[in-house]
Design a protein around this ligand. Sequence first.
Ligand code: SF4
Ligand code: ZN
Length: 366
Amino acid sequence: MKLSPSSLKTCSRCKDAPAVVIREHSGEAVCKGCFKKEIERRVRRTVKRFNMLTSQDKVAMAVSGGKDSIMLLAVLEKLYHNLFEHHDRQGRPPIIITIDEGIQHYRDESLTMARKACERAGFEHVVFSFEKDFGINLDGMIKKASELLEKESHRKYLKDTMLKNAEKLIYKPCSICGVLRRKLLDDIAQSMGATVLATGHNLNDEVETFLMNMMRGDTKRIQRASAVRSGRGSPFIRKVKPLQDIMQRDIVLYLYHTGEEFQAISCPYSRNTSIMRGEMNDIIARLENAHPGTSFNLKKCMAFVYDSIDKGYDAGISRVSIESTCPGCTGPKSIGTSICMACYYCKVLAGQDYARMLRSFVSRIQ
Ligand code: SF4
Ligand code: ZN
């Protein structure tokens, strides 16, 4: 939270510059420089703790142009500039991947922000466009999905592919967008030789997801999240979340104080996103205001649960199998379905074979 001009006082850490931010969890009033240092120190500690970036890596970053991904790019470029230069000299320069879903009145602005941030950092920028590469944008896919839902033959197809009972859910804009975006980021990064994919998930995202999974009793997703976090047994490219210990509001403050441009408006489809996630977001924000430090405490408990799951595996408990291989793209799919959701969406909404489309995209950009 920013201080009002009347309450300006000297930073309680450096005792030099004027304080501009109150750190509610510790009660300190700190200056711009000390605030930035605190945030950067926390990112560095997270990266080190999970050994997220090594000298052997080729790093891919998912950058949409929103606050989280702009912060990810800015802070990693600042803190790991030398490491990235080393990667570059070794022929493994970092790459930035942006997925342009073609959402009207929204994506163009964030694409411009992402492009500018990449230019400033001097990184290669790869843009996958739904419109160009699938031949149909997200808006068009949503229209097509509602037409399909009208057809009895398609509902039968859903049953045959074991996607039954899910038709309403799988045709939500965020389901289509989220499944395709996550899959494309993984596959493009991997096809371009990246060894690690960094995303901008922040502390609020992590805690929200964890609490939602707990409230739904979804132990499989908790297990999967622990696998992705530790990189253990995950069939995907190693994924890292360097901002996982940074609160959403600190991200906005950091960008404000560093002068980075980011897209501030929300996606028009965000109101269709999971109702429970929105509720969870409100609950956590309310608790954080009333009891500063709640988010950090929840995160600590989440880490304890994930660590305990990991210790179980270390002690020889075998992982419950929750995924099998998709015959279309050879990627993971849920047990009980005949193909993965990305192959399904690609086939029925874009009329394309996912694996063939990806090969042609990668050969075009390399
Ligand atoms: Fe995609 Fe939904 Fe996010 Fe919009 S809010 S970018 S549709 S996942
Ligand atoms: Zn597939």
